[in-house]
Ligand binder design. Structure first.
Ligand code: SD4
Length: 334
């Protein structure tokens, strides 16, 4: 049997043999530099949850569902719901910072182990857009609904109309209006878009991402978070990735899809996240000083990775029964 075919076969989990990506390096028969192929029978880590930023309650909620035998899809939805309801988190759900016109508009997407997804974009008056995205995935022939159409669909599905602009978000908007600086200044220590990836006891992977987007964005602006391959991507055979930070830069490099594809080629989740950040910061003339992007990733074996442009990106990780907030490594150490 050709070695290439052998690798393919050997990585099939149905054989109970698992190729560990950090050690399974890219294999090129013509390469002089023949790299070692190491197969492992290590048990995959599951259940597991990883989420962007300091989101202990969201991750704990998801983890409980998984520990009780629930699906990764339910776990990521219920986990994200926690942050959407958290009014103190001003970049997700209720209490999110509004656009320049004072409207809070939410973006979300969800993707399951079958490779199906649903997303909603620029939705007003609905707090739990992650559940709405799931409804799009499960109850419509489409994958994306935007604005008024998405809101109308929400009411048809029994979602309640809510005012998403809290007093403190309104105040922040009024302060912003004094200068009305039309540029996306990103406070690199205060991103709270939640991207979450989970592996359930059966080994199925799902992911979700929900946000109010960039504070004081132009009306109608959509970021990476509801765009599959941008803010989130899951391939149940390989793993998943999610993004936070300046969505425009994530979209230009199709970051989450890129990370999953790099893992497919044999990179570890950490290596894949680092390369995806590299694709942004290494563009000629790119001035990355004033924006942040952070990625998280997990592969089928439950290896995880995280990397950001600047310091202070963190993530919550639940594995082996423990839920920890971990500071990510980062590029800009100058
Ligand atoms: C966006 N990526 O809309 C989102 C914003 C974000 O923490 O992640 N903020 O571009």
């Amino acid at each position: 049997m050709k070695r290439r075919n052998f690798i393919k076969k050997a990585s099939a989990t149905s054989l109970g043999i698992v190729a560990v990506s950090s050690t399974l390096m890219s294999f090129d028969e013509k390469s002089e530099d023949k790299k070692a192929v190491i197969l492992s029978t290590l048990k995959p880590i599951r259940p597991l949850v990883i989420a962007t930023w300091n989101t202990p309650l969201a991750v704990e909620t998801a983890a409980k569902i998984l520990q009780n035998g629930g699906s990764a899809l339910d776990a990521v939805e219920q986990g994200c719901i926690i942050e959407e309801a958290n009014e103190k988190n001003q970049t997700v759900g209720k209490g999110g910072l509004p656009d320049r016109d004072g409207d809070v508009t939410l973006d979300a997407c969800i993707m399951d182990n079958k490779g199906d997804y649903g997303s909603v974009l620029g939705v007003k008056n609905i707090t739990h857009v992650i559940s709405l995205a799931r409804k799009v995935m499960e109850d419509t022939p489409h994958v994306m609904l935007v604005g008024e159409g998405a809101e109308k669909f929400a009411y048809e599905k029994g979602f309640k109309k809510e005012n998403l602009l809290t007093e403190s978000s309104k105040k922040a908007w009024e302060n912003w209006k004094i200068k009305s600086e039309y540029k996306p200044i990103i406070n690199i220590e205060n991103h709270d878009t939640i991207g979450m990836l989970a592996i359930d006891k059966k080994g199925s992977i799902s992911g979700a991402c929900t946000t109010s987007g960039l504070a004081f964005k132009m009306a109608g602006r959509i970021g990476d978070s509801p765009i599959i391959g941008g803010g989130l991507f899951v391939d149940n055979e390989i793993g998943g990735a999610s993004a936070t930070g300046l969505g425009e830069e994530v979209l230009k490099t199709v970051g989450s899809f890129l990370i999953v594809e790099l893992m497919r080629q044999g990179k570890s989740p950490q290596e894949a996240c680092e390369e995806a950040i590299g694709r942004i910061v290494n563009k000629p003339g790119k001035d990355f000083k004033n924006f942040q992007v952070g990625y998280i990733a997990v592969n089928k074996q439950g290896e995880t990775g995280a990397y950001s442009i600047h310091e202070w990106f963190s993530y919550n990780l639940f594995k082996d029964g423990e839920n920890k907030n971990i500071k990510s490594d980062y590029f800009n150490k100058a």
